[in-house]
Design a protein around this ligand. Structure first.
Ligand SMILES: [Mg+2]
Length: 385
C-alpha cells in the first residue's frame, strides 16, 4: 500500500476552525486526522504540505517509522506547529490501518480495556448562582465529573481581565457549590494558565481543603520549576499538559510529580503514537490521563480509541453536555461520529476511527481567521487568555 495524497483542510465549523487532514492510498483506503493548534491552522497547513512531499509513495502502515522521520529527519525538530501537523497525519495513518485490517483503532493499541469512555462536563455559569444551577442540572442528569471556569467582576470590556480580581469570586463560587451540593462528585476548575505562582497559591488557599479535585493549568507551563514551587504551596491536584507537543515536554511534569492528571491532547502531542508513550510513562507514575478534547469529531474519535486502550484513564473532555453550547460536531460535515450517551461515549466497533467526513461538504466550507482574545489588565499590560 502506498500514500497517494495528503490533503490539509483548514475549515470553519461552528465558531472555530478545525484543521483536518485526509490521507489517500493507492488501494482506495483513506484516513482522516485532525491537528489541534487552534488559531494557527495555516501554519499547520504549510507543515502538512512540507511533510506531504516525502510521504507520497510511502507505506502508510509504517506508522512508528514515519513518526520518527517526521520528527527527527530535519535539523529543527519538533515544536508545536510541526507536531500538530504530525498528529493529524499519525491519526489518519491509524485510521487507514484500522480500515485495512477491518478493526477499530483501539485494537491496534492493545485492545479495549473499558466498556465506555467516561467524560467530564464543562459549566458556563458566570456567577455563583448560575454555577450552582449549572452543577445542579448536570448532577440531575447523571454527570459525576464537572469542570468549572473562572469568575470575574463585570467590567463591560470583553478584553479586560484582572487575574487578581478573579480569585475571590471564583473561590467563593466553588466553595458555595460544595456547601449547597455536597461532595459526592468530582469538581475541578480550568484557570486557563492566567495566574502567577503567588496568585494561584492564594486562590487555592481561599477554599476549604477538599473543595477542588483538580485545578487545570493555574499557571503557564514553560517553566516546570514554577510548578515545582506552586506544588509546595497547595494540596489541590494539578491537571497539566494540553499544550505539550511531545513526550519530552511531559517528562519533567511526570517524573517530578508536577501533575496528577495528564491533559494529553492527541492532536497536539504527536498523534496516537506519542500519546500511547505518554500514557505508559504516566502509568508508571500512577497518573491518569484526562485528555484535552476541545475540537471536532475526528479529535474526539481518536481520543476515544486512546481512552479505550489505556489502563490509566479518568475522564475525557467533551463539548456535548447540557451546559455547553459548542457547535463542533456538525452532522453535515461529519455524518458518522462517536456516539455520546449522557456522561459517556460508547466505543465504536467498526473499522478505523469510526468517523466519516463529507469531503465535498468540507471543500465548500471556508477558512476564517480567528484570534484568541488579547487580554489586558486594568493598567493596560498584556495578560494571558
Ligand atoms: Mg484547558
Amino acid at each position: 500500500m502506498r500514500i497517494t495524497d495528503v490533503k490539509p483542510y483548514p475549515v470553519w465549523v461552528g465558531h472555530r476552525n478545525q484543521m483536518l487532514v485526509k490521507i489517500e492510498t493507492n488501494e482506495g483506503l483513506y484516513g482522516w486526522g485532525e491537528a489541534g493548534l487552534s488559531g494557527r491552522e495555516l501554519a499547520v497547513t504549510g507543515a502538512v504540505k512540507h511533510f506531504r512531499e516525502f510521504l507520497l509513495g510511502r507505506d502508510p502502515r509504517q506508522i512508528g517509522r514515519l513518526w520518527q522521520e517526521m520528527y527527527r529527519s530535519q535539523y529543527f525538530e519538533g515544536g508545536r506547529v510541526l507536531t500538530a501537523a504530525m498528529s493529524a497525519i499519525d491519526i489518519a495513518l491509524y485510521d487507514i490501518l484500522g480500515k485495512a485490517l477491518n478493526v477499530p483503532v483501539y485494537q491496534l493499541l492493545g485492545g479495549k480495556q473499558r466498556d465506555y469512555v467516561p467524560c467530564f462536563a464543562t459549566t458556563r455559569g458566570a456567577t455563583a448562582e448560575e454555577l450552582v444551577e449549572d452543577v445542579r442540572l448536570l448532577l440531575g442528569e447523571g454527570w459525576t465529573a464537572i469542570r468549572t471556569g473562572i469568575m470575574h467582576p463585570k467590567t463591560g470590556d470583553p478584553q479586560l481581565f484582572d487575574p487578581r480580581a478573579s480569585i475571590g469570586p471564583t473561590a467563593a463560587a466553588l466553595s458555595r457549590v460544595r456547601e449547597e451540593l455536597g461532595h459526592d462528585f468530582v469538581l475541578g476548575i480550568d484557570y486557563h494558565h492566567r495566574l502567577t505562582v503567588a496568585e494561584a497559591a492564594s486562590f487555592c488557599q481561599r477554599m476549604p481543603s477538599g473543595t477542588l479535585d483538580f485545578i487545570e493549568e493555574p499557571i503557564r507551563d514553560e517553566t516546570p520549576e514554577a510548578y515545582e514551587a506552586l506544588r509546595t504551596m497547595t494540596d489541590v491536584p494539578f491537571a497539566i499538559g494540553e499544550e505539550f507537543a511531545s513526550k519530552w515536554q511531559f517528562l519533567p511534569y511526570i517524573e517530578r510529580g508536577l501533575t496528577q492528571f495528564a491533559r494529553v491532547d492527541v492532536c497536539n502531542v504527536g498523534g496516537l503514537t506519542e500519546a500511547m508513550k505518554v500514557a505508559g510513562w504516566c502509568e508508571a507514575h500512577y497518573i491518569d490521563l484526562m485528555p484535552h478534547n476541545p475540537l471536532g469529531p475526528v479529535c474526539t474519535a481518536a481520543t476515544v480509541h486512546l481512552a479505550a486502550a489505556v489502563a490509566n484513564f479518568s475522564w475525557l473532555e467533551i463539548r456535548r453536555s447540557p451546559t455547553e453550547r459548542g457547535r463542533f460536531y456538525d452532522s453535515t460535515l461529519f455524518p458518522t461520529q462517536p456516539e455520546a450517551q449522557g456522561d459517556r461515549i460508547l466505543l465504536p466497533s467498526g473499522p478505523g476511527l469510526g468517523v466519516e467526513v463529507d469531503e465535498e461538504a468540507v471543500r465548500k466550507q471556508t477558512f476564517a481567521f480567528w484570534e484568541a482574545p488579547h487580554y489586558r489588565r486594568p493598567d493596560g499590560s498584556v495578560t494571558n487568555w
